[in-house]
Ligand binder design. Sequence first.
Ligand SMILES: Nc1nc2c(ncn2[C@@H]2O[C@H](COP(=O)(O)OP(=O)(O)O)[C@@H](O)[C@H]2O)c(=O)[nH]1
Ligand SMILES: [Mg+2]
Length: 314
Amino acid sequence: MKVFIQIPCLNEAETLPLVFETMPKKLPGVDSVEWLIIDDGSTDNTIEVAKKLGVKHFVFHRRTMGLARSFRDGIDYALKHGADIVVNTDGDNQYPQERIKDLIAPIIEGRADIVIGDRQTASITHFSGFKKLMQQFGSWVVNQAAGTNLPDAASGFRAYSRSSLMKLNIVTPFSYCMETIIQAGNKRLNIESVAITTNKKTRESRLFKNIWQHMAKSGQAILRSYVMFKPHVIFLTLGVLFGIAAAVPFVRFLYFIAIGDSDGHLQSLIFGSAMLVGSLLSFALLVIADLQKTNRILLEDQLERLKELQYRDK
Ligand SMILES: Nc1nc2c(ncn2[C@@H]2O[C@H](COP(=O)(O)OP(=O)(O)O)[C@@H](O)[C@H]2O)c(=O)[nH]1
Ligand SMILES: [Mg+2]
C-alpha cells in the first residue's frame, strides 16, 4: 500500500515548514508514504524549502496554471508512480496533517472511495456568519446534484482511492472540489466525511479575493456540473416555467375572444408567443444535453479504460 500526499503550491516557502511539522512519515496499514509538491510556477524558494524538508517528488509548472490543473497533474504523477491512495492537503497549513491517518482509514478498510475532511465550518471563528451560511448553502446545492449528504463540499483536505481517480475527470479550470463530488456522486462512488478542526489561519486565501468572487466561481462550477450531470433539472424546469408563462396570456386572450371582446389584447398574444419560444427552446436544449450526456458517458468509459492501461503495473 503506497500513499502519496500531494500539496499544490504557489509561493508557499513561508508556511511549508509548518505543514511538514505535522506531516506523517509513516501511516498505519501503509508500506510507503510519499510527499509530492506541485509547484505552480512559484517565484519564491518553495522548491528549495521543500527539498530541505525531505520532499522527493515534484511536478513543475513553468507558468501558473491554476489549482485544478495542478491537482490533475499531481494525480497523474502519483498514479504513474504507483499510488494506491492520494491525499491532498494545502500549503498554507490550513489542514491538520496529523489527521491524514483518519482520512485514509475508510479507504484502507474498503468502505469508502473518497474521504473528505469536514472543517465543521459552523465552528470556524474567522469565518463570518454570512460566509458560514454560504458554505452551508453551497454544500446543500452540491449534495442535491451529487445525491450525497456531505457537510463540507468545499474542503480540499481529502483522500482518494486509486480506483476513484481512474473514474474522475476534471474539466473545470477552477473549482475542482465541488466538481469531483458531483462526479463521484453520479458515478456512485462512496464518499465519507471525517470531522476535523482546521489550524489557525496563516494568511488570506489566494484563490479568492473576496467572498463574492468565491461565490461567483463556485456557482459557475456547480451550474456547469448540473448541466453535465442533471440537465433535466435545469432545462425541464425552464421549459415548464416558460410554458406556464406562455399559457397564462394565451388563455386570457382566448377568454376575451370567447366572451366576444375581440378588440385588441394583442399584447397577450405577443408576450405568450415569446414565452412559448423560450419554452420550446428549453425543451430542445434538454434533448441536446441528454444526447451529450450519452456521449460523455461513452467517452468517460473509454478514458477510464485508457487510464487503467496507462497506469497498469505502476
Ligand atoms: N497550483 C496552484 N495552487 C494554488 C494557487 N493558488 C493557491 N494555490 C494553493 O492552493 C492551496 C489553497 O490555497 P489558499 O490560498 O489557502 O486557498 P483557500 O483554500 O481559499 O484557503 C494552497 O496550497 C496554495 O498554495 C494557484 O493559482 N495554483
Ligand atoms: Mg487556505
